[in-house]
Structures are given as C-alpha cells and as structure tokens.
Design a protein around this ligand. Sequence first.
Ligand SMILES: [Zn+2]
Length: 429
Amino acid sequence: MKKSRLFILALDGTPFTLLQKLFREGVMPNLKNLAEESVFMQMDSVQPPVSSSAWASFMTGKTPAQHGILGFVDRTPADMNWYIPNAEHLRAKTIWQILSEKGKRVFVMNVPVTFPPKPVNGISICGFLGNDIRKGVWPPEIGTLLKARGYRIDADTEMAKTNLPAFMDHLFTVLEKRLETMRFFYKQERWDVFMTHIMETDRLHHFFWEYFEQGHDLFKARFMELYRRIDVEIGRILAEAEDDTAFLLLSDHGFCTLRYAVYLNRWLTDNGYLFFRSKPPAGLHEIAPLSRAYSLYPGRIYINLKGREKEGSVEPGTEYEQLRSELIIRLKTIMDPSGRPVVKQVLRREEAYPEANAEEIQRLPDLITEAFRGYDLKGDLGHAALFNKTIFNGMHTDDDAFILAKDIAVAEERFSIDKLFRAVEGFFE
Ligand SMILES: [Zn+2]
C-alpha cells in the first residue's frame, strides 16, 4: 500500500561503518533486519560537519553557505562579538514550516537549530541550543507538561569531566527520558511526519569513542549496550507501526578517534598574524589592530579585513589575496608532535562553497582549513599550546554518516545530508 506517513529517527553522529560493525556483532538485530529491506548506505555530511550546520541542511535543503549556520559560534565583525547561531539565524524555511503550510501534522523533537521554536501545525520540542524546555516548545503549553515529566533537553556533559562512569549512566537516563517522551506523543498525537532526534549517541562518542575502539573492559560493553537499547526501541516501533508508515533513519556525520586538539589561533599568534590587547584575551574584541587573521571553530580562518572587521588591518584586493595565498601554503606545514602533517587542505571560500551567491559569500570565512582524521581544529583564543589532549576522545568526520530509507524514495548514488530535504518534501507530494 502507498505510504502516507513518515517516521524519522535521527542518531546524532552515528557512523555508517559503526552500524555495520554492530550488525556483525549482533548488537542491533532489529535495525539490521530493517536495513536488509531498505536502502541503507553511507552518506556525506556538510562542510563543516558540525551538528548545527548539518541538521540545518537536512531541515532546509540548503548548504551551510546558503542557510547561514557555519558552526556553534559565529561573529559580528563590525563589533567583534560572538554569538551562538540558532533558528533565528536560519536563512531558509524548514521542512516543518513547509509541511505545516501544506496542512500536514508535524511532530519534531530534539533536532538541533529548532530553538527558539517556530509555530508548526503540531508540536516542536527544541534541541540542545535551548536551555529551558518551557521556552523551547511549540505550542508553549506543552513546556509545562514536559517539565513535569522530567524531560531532558540534553545530557550534562560537564559531568564527564569529573566522573566518566557516572556520565555513562547519565546518558542512559537521558536516553530513557527521550524514548519515553517519544512513545507518549507517538501514541497520543495525530501526525503525518514524526521525527525524534537522539543526541546521546553523539555525546557517547565524544567521550567514549577511543575506549570503544580499543576494547576498554567496561566502557566498550556499555557503549554497545546503549546501541542495544536503541535497537530494542526500534523493534518496538516497527512492531507497533501502522501499514501506512514509511521509515527514514539517519545520522548527520561520522566519528573517529581524536588524536589532538589543534589551536589555530595559537599558530596564528606564534607566526605573527594575531595579537591580543591582554592575555589571556577575554574575547574577539581584544584582537589588536595589527592582527591580520584569526580563527573560529572548526578551522574557519577570517582575515582582519579593513572595512569589515572593527579594527581591520588588511586592505581588500591584492593584500587580501596575497595573505590568503600565503596562509594556504603555511598552514599546510603544521606538523603534530610526532611529525605528521595536520592540514589536508585549505580552501578559499569561493572554492569551498561554489554554490554561494555574491551576498552569501560575503558572510563566509575567508579560508576553510580541513584537517586529516583525528585533528580537531579549535578556535579558542590565547590557548597556551598548539597541541593538546583533552577529555574528548572522539571527533566528527564528514564522510561516514548513514541513511536508511524504507518506502521513501532517495537518490541511489551517494549524496550529502542536505539532499534529504527534497526526499522528505517529495514524499508528501
Ligand atoms: Zn558532536
């Protein structure tokens, strides 16, 4: 029968290759069975492969250059202040708004960049950019209900810094709240599209990925247990699903072991491109006027450009182009403490985002630095060392997300997450 409703489950940061491994080891039998009767393949993330950017692309069908979300932080060059991009900064309508306008009933829970909430024909529960559930939901009155049910927007990652075993337990608790809330609304709401996003997988990977890969006694078993728990829930959803339901499961990026955090602003300072008024600098506004370049996470390089940055020092035109060319060459010479190269390539913004129009291109970083696997290009200001190992032991990759599509048409050739918007829109036409 023709399917008329769509159930979407998002596992943030779950790699295609990890699922293949978990299938082989018998950890996810329900998902494995579903994959065998579905389109199941590897998918690309976006540039940069951060959750805000990738989910914004899924929801709008645009690339980061077009929708305007290029990371967890951004800056206003005229006053050199930070801000955290959220739904208000999205430069395109979301699939939830579009389907609502067509009269479809929408349920969407925990997807990044849905805060602050926008009106939908149904329910929208914000993801991790919101911090008070009562302000993060549409319609507003369900905030009180969620609060009373003990719903959690996100895990408390601060806990990981002091007590990893307790943080692992906490991830299971938060996941349970999410699944319980999903079941509650799945039963009682009338919906055409129902999307639940699970962030706990991403949080698990950031703190436990290396333990899993190395076969740590306790953490490897617990890592697999979290996936087993998700698989049990998938089995329940499939058993209870009506005949009219199609399924779409996906992640937004892959994961790998983090070898080193690399502090590009340290490198720019050590190499005479960046100066601060005070040490340690309190923010971008403390970048001294002589500076020529600075960086934001991940690997975004901005030229301190006259007429754009508050105290720009680099002339547009020849000087700007010469500086970009020089940085492209010099950034590639960065070596890690064991002598391995860190930077895979450095692209000019017009090369990295050829789809961007003249207006969009003006908002983009001047250079985009892409590292080899395992190097996380941080944007901290005034960090003491160029390289560091931190509590984080997993990091995102741009090439190992997954897509599983049953009874919804998707392209057969490899594609990136922004292309799924069209698949979802097309399903309802
Ligand atoms: Zn992440």
